[in-house]
Design a protein around this ligand. Structure first.
Ligand SMILES: CC(=O)SCCNC(=O)CCNC(=O)[C@H](O)C(C)(C)COP(=O)(O)OP(=O)(O)OC[C@H]1O[C@@H](n2cnc3c(N)ncnc32)[C@H](O)[C@@H]1OP(=O)(O)O
Ligand SMILES: CC(C)C(=O)C(=O)O
Length: 549
């Protein structure tokens, strides 16, 4: 890279719009959406979609609720042409859906485009030509007037062909390609001229699409350009203003949102931001951004994992695990403080209440994701993450001090291997550590407890150790103190029971109980044991044996 990039690169010079109004605007409803996955997305793939993949994507877009879909560049390839024919001839286009096709401003291509649309109920013809100074000079070798003439001549032909095919409800879209680096007044001039030919009205709907073909500046500059256009375009009320942001600077989503604040009615983009170079704006992100603000996006991503799966198949490109709202890690916390906050959020959550969840702006269940992936454990995790997983998967509500104890063992494991701990590995560690295994070192076989006349309780318990059974007896003012008095002389290591907790596993009266016990030894060390049994007394006694065994 250059030490002084200014030797090679010039900054984009924005025009002045000091009385801009868009910063005060709020987005209150969804814009019209156009999916261009099958056109702009498709043209950017190493292997453009064949008809099977196109059809699969088409079905997905319908299922998501798209009403405007750019399906092809019919004059580009026989595959694209055939796909449009297939949709029409197999009557695959629902009544409320409009297909859109793109063409250059070239007569032969326009005729070919119309041929592909024969018999369609309704369609949008989309014409583009580049208008920016660099393109006029370098690509077309045209003066401004010639560029305007190219656009108006093609529009004239399109209007004529539409009128010759009155059985179709036609809509016309014109894109001054490279709008975002075209002089603002020239963009207006060419769109005025094109609209002058088309004469937009209710019977002849028109969309003016103002693309950020390549992002060249910050999103506020694009918003200024859109506001300026909307304020000065003489037929503003007769046309739909659409935007088509690309993502070269990584700000496609911001461009689209600010453009809508600046007056745009419609947004063109692709699912997960596929498209030329760094892609088109991601429509999933835009829709979910609205949803997270309580605004219906008028699109349905209730089964996001399926949407990701189909798009990956069709585009043959992976969706990034950290893609906003949809990536496989989009709702996952590995780090301790995040997990702690999320666990507290779920503990406090009341069914039906407004969503208030630390680190999770939407409920993953709304888009077909489970809570399973919300917390995953590695060496960056703390006590709450492991406790959450044990509770979610096995119903055990670990006491706080046990959470802390277990967390240290988890930390040792994860530090040892440097890897994530699977839910299964975590559960095995918990079971081994706290005695929830088929043959713990000390295993309760039978017990009997009797109340004595002096108010004391007498316990007789048969315990197995290393394959041999032993009968222990002891008295105390409760079951556990009797048990402690029975065990201490046998093990020869005095301890006191420091913590005791129990709860049922489930809501039925015949549910099993779980008991948690911590024993404190004279040297200050302590150990936890856990017991699960249909009988709460047995669960407690086994928990004690697990703590001392
Ligand atoms: C920003 C966008 O996404 S725009 C859409 C871009 N998508 C695509 O290009 C995908 C489909 N395209 C294609 O398959 C081909 O480019 C075709 C079939 C349309 C045309 O192919 P070709 O006739 O071989 O032309 P090719 O693409 O090589 O060259 C472009 C020519 O068209 C001209 N041209 C480019 N865009 C336009 C336009 N919108 N209107 C009129 N002419 C145009 C160029 O100036 C150039 O003319 P020249 O040959 O006189 O210099
Ligand atoms: C054809 C136009 C809308 C386009 O794709 C672009 O400018 O990116």
């Amino acid at each position: 890279m250059l030490k002084n990039p200014a030797e090679k690169y010039s900054p984009f010079t924005p025009f002045a719009l000091p009385d801009r109004r868009w910063p005060e605007q709020r987005i209150t409803h969804a814009p019209r959406w156009l999916s261009t996955d099958l056109r702009d997305g498709n043209q950017a793939l190493a292997e453009p979609m064949d008809s099977a993949r196109k059809l699969q994507f088409w079905e997905l877009l319908l299922a998501c609720g798209f009403k405007e879909i750019e399906v092809a560049f019919p004059s580009a390839s026989q595959t694209d042409f055939n796909f449009v024919r297939q949709l029409i001839e197999e009557q695959r286009i629902p009544n409320d859906v409009t297909i859109q096709v793109l063409t250059q401003a070239r007569e032969d291509l326009i005729y070919r485009t119309f041929a592909s649309l024969q018999g369609v109920r309704q369609a949008t013809i989309h014409l583009y030509n580049a208008t920016a100074p660099l393109f006029r000079r370098l690509v077309f070798g045209m003066e401004k007037a010639q560029v305007v003439e190219l656009a108006t001549r093609s529009t004239q032909l399109i209007r004529q062909l539409c009128e010759e095919n009155p059985q179709t409800r036609w809509q016309y879209e014109y894109s001054p390609e490279t709008f975002c680096f075209t002089e603002a007044d020239f963009a207006l001039e060419i769109c005025e001229a094109v609209a002058g030919v088309w004469q937009p009205c209710a019977e002849r709907p028109m969309i003016i699409n103002l693309p950020a073909t390549v992002e060249v500046s910050t999103p506020n500059v694009y918003a200024d350009q859109i506001e300026y256009f909307c304020r000065h375009f003489s037929r503003r009320n007769d046309v739909c203003i659409s935007v088509h942001p690309h993502n070269d600077r990584g700000t496609g989503v911001a461009c689209a949102e600010l453009a809508v604040m600046a007056g745009a009615d419609r947004v063109e983009g692709c699912l997960f931001g596929n498209g030329e170079r760094t892609g088109n704006v991601c429509l999933v992100t835009l829709a979910m951004n609205l949803y997270s603000q309580g605004i219906s996006p008028q699109l349905d991503f209730s089964d996001m994992p399926r949407v990701v799966e189909v798009v990956e198949i069709c585009n043959q490109l992976p969706v990034h695990p950290r893609h906003p709202w949809a990536g496989s890690l989009a709702y996952t916390a590995f780090s301790g403080s995040h997990q702690d906050a999320i666990k507290k959020g779920f503990d406090a959550r009341k069914a039906g209440s407004h969503w208030e969840m630390p680190y999770l702006p939407v409920d993953p269940q709304d888009i077909g994701c489970s809570y399973e992936a919300v917390i995953r454990v590695n060496s960056q995790s703390g006590k709450s993450g492991s406790a959450w997983l044990i509770e979610q998967n096995h119903g055990l509500k670990l006491p706080r001090a046990l959470q802390q104890d277990f967390s240290q063992h988890v930390q040792q494991e994860t530090d040892k291997h440097g890897k994530e701990m699977t839910q299964n590995a975590l559960w095995q560690l918990f079971r081994n550590r706290y005695g929830l295994i088929p043959s713990p070192p000390l295993s309760l076989q039978h017990y009997r407890s009797d109340s004595q006349q002096d108010g004391q309780l007498r316990l007789t318990a048969t315990v197995m150790r290393e394959g041999k059974t032993r009968e222990l007896t002891g008295s105390g003012n409760g079951l556990l103190s009797a048990a402690a008095n029975a065990i201490t002389p046998w093990l020869g290591k005095p301890f006191v029971i420091k913590d005791y907790h129990e709860h049922t596993l489930g809501v039925r009266s015949d549910s099993r109980s779980v008991a948690y016990i911590r024993c404190l030894y004279q040297d200050g060390s302590s150990r936890w044991g856990v017991g699960i049994d249909n009988d709460v007394a047995r669960a407690s006694l086994q928990a004690l044996l697990n703590a001392v065994g």
